[in-house]
Design a protein around this ligand. Structure first.
Ligand SMILES: Nc1ncnc2c1ncn2[C@@H]1O[C@H](COP(=O)(O)OP(=O)(O)OP(=O)(O)O)[C@@H](O)[C@H]1O
Ligand SMILES: [Mg+2]
Ligand SMILES: [Zn+2]
Length: 507
């Protein structure tokens, strides 16, 4: 007798339906699993045997073949335990196949038959209805995230194999999990990191606002203690909340990485990732076995903050080039290639030189020119080239630091960011920002005044701007005009955008 049970697995963050087929034949008692199971899936056999034993079910002493379809897809993780256990019971005639009509299952089993949460439950849940099922049974801890996937999917959160079997036999009813509202946005959870706390630094504050408004990458350079780290940490607080369509992908990523808090539904706030400079290339871009997303993917639709930029490994920084250009990364493992989304705003901070005081108005720099050049060359041209906004953060004069002048709060800045993003959405489509414009869109949608046109032409000749450089200046200028509520880009916007590209002390 052949049992067929629906389940699913995750490739990258994409859901792939998996069918667990159990066949009981004649021959020496044994269970063999075919269809590219990985270690965790093979070990599942022992957990399944113990869990079935705990509810008093003995696996028939027959020759049992378990086929995981599609056969050519490598299956990771322990989520196939539950469908395998149920499949063995159906195969042995202890459960009717009809009870599994339209039902998919995923979950890891403990030895005593309790269900344990799995990674990627939200991602799996997104693929269930498209594959033709209407109900998904998951471990209770995964219920909230799975229910967020699709309002028309019935999600049941179970505690044990016994409960699942009872439900399928119609003896008990597992309660349905209802989707919850997204969590409130980030500024309500981080009142301790407000822009009102930053004294002075008008240029850096402006650049932060421009970065938030248009999604542009930003580099802050300045001496120790000038407030670079402090400013960077305040970027998420001026970004708008995630749109519902973005929240599904972002939450799926965190679910696959095992970083979702238990019982939490869709994420509402944008991620802010600040990996230490000792991070490996794999930690940054993803990889390993089983394959996991890296920091750039965890920062998708949010902020990747690289503090002390030149201290990061060269190959780690070089690996950022592809995602900075295309908004995704493909990670290769053995013969497989997995794509992860990685559309983030890069926020970086650095000192101008190893001692930190080059260009400081009072303190002398103790570095020789060779040291300074080596330090800067660690951040390669191609990476720097992709940072549209480069700003110097000078030391704060004592008078500014102690002054009582009210600095603008994050809330006030956020309102301007939101208005500028609304204009971009109308022009480019929902939830898109200027930094993501294609070159065709730049040509069609960035309208310059005649004066601005002439000014840009002269500047690009004088500063030998590459074609990419010109495009990037135009994107930033478009954001500056959006912040001003202007239809046309004027000379003032072009001049300000150029200045972010060619700051005196940085290059
Ligand atoms: N502009 C500022 N307004 C208010 N406080 C500031 C400002 N700049 C620095 N500070 C104070 O100094 C501390 C150190 O600032 P921060 O860590 O941001 O400096 P940094 O520029 O990142 O320095 P480093 O180059 O050493 O990393 C802050 O926690 C804050 O208390
Ligand atoms: Mg710092
Ligand atoms: Zn120095």
């Amino acid at each position: 007798m052949l049992a067929r049970i629906r389940s699913g697995t995750v490739v990258g963050i994409q859901s792939v339906p998996v069918r667990v087929e159990v066949h009981l034949g004649s021959g020496l008692p044994a269970i063999s699993v075919v269809g590219l199971p990985n270690g965790a899936v093979r070990e599942g056999k022992d957990r399944v045997r113990a869990a079935l034993g705990s509810i008093g079910f003995r696996i028939p002493p027959r020759r049992i073949t378990v086929n995981l379809a599609p056969a050519d897809l490598r299956k990771d993780g322990s989520g196939l335990d539950l469908p395998l256990a149920v499949g063995l019971m159906v195969g042995a005639g202890a459960l009717p196949q009809a009870a599994l009509e339209g039902v998919a299952l995923v979950g890891e089993l403990g030895l005593e038959g309790h269900l344990r949460p799995v990674r990627g439950a939200l991602a799996v849940a997104r693929g269930v209805r498209p594959s033709g099922a209407h109900t998904l049974i998951v471990p209770r801890q995964n219920g909230a995230e799975a229910a967020a996937a699709d309002p028309h999917l019935t999600v049941l959160g179970a505690d044990s194999l016994e409960e699942v079997v009872g439900h399928l036999l119609g003896e008990v009813e597992i309660p349905r999990v209802h989707p919850r509202c997204p969590q409130e946005a980030i500024w309500e959870t981080r009142p301790d990191e407000d822009l009102a706390d930053v004294r002075g630094q008008p240029a850096a504050r402006r650049a932060l606002e421009v970065a938030a408004a248009g999604g542009h990458n930003l580099l802050l350079a300045g001496p120790p203690g000038s407030g670079k780290t402090m400013l960077a940490r305040r970027l998420p607080g001026i970004l708008p909340a995630l749109a519902p369509s973005e929240a599904l992908d972002v939450t799926s990523i965190h679910s696959v990485a095992g970083l979702l808090r238990e019982g939490s539904g869709l994420m509402g706030s944008r991620p802010f990732r600040a990996p230490h400079h000792s991070i490996s290339r794999t930690g940054m871009v993803g990889g390993g076995s089983p394959i996991r997303p890296g920091e750039i993917t965890l920062a998708h639709q949010g902020v990747l903050f690289l503090d002390e930029l030149p201290e990061f490994g060269r190959s780690t920084l070089e690996a950022l080039r592809q995602p900075l250009e295309g908004g995704e990364i493909s990670v290769v493992r053995a013969r497989e290639r997995v794509r992860f989304p990685a559309r983030f705003t890069l926020m970086a901070a650095m000192n101008p030189c190893p001692c930190g005081y080059l260009g400081h108005p009072e303190r002398p720099c103790t570095c020789d020119p060779g040291q300074v050049a080596r330090y800067r060359s660690r951040v390669s041209g191609p990476v720097q080239d992709r940072i549209d906004l480069q700003v110097e953060v000078p030391p704060v004069p004592y008078r500014d630091l102690r002054g009582s002048g009210g600095e603008e709060s994050s809330e006030v800045v956020r309102a301007r960011v939101r208005a500028a993003r609304r204009l971009q959405g109308e022009r480019l489509g929902p939830d898109r920002v200027n930094a993501g414009m294609s070159s065709g869109e730049v040509r069609r949608l960035v309208e310059l005044s005649p004066e601005a046109e002439g000014f840009l032409e002269r500047a690009s000749q004088r500063f030998h701007l590459s074609a990419r450089g010109v495009h990037r200046v135009l994107k930033v200028a478009r954001t500056l005009a959006d912040l001003a509520g202007a239809v046309q880009v004027g000379r003032a916007e072009v001049a300000e955008a150029l200045q972010y590209r060619l700051p005196g002390g940085i290059r």
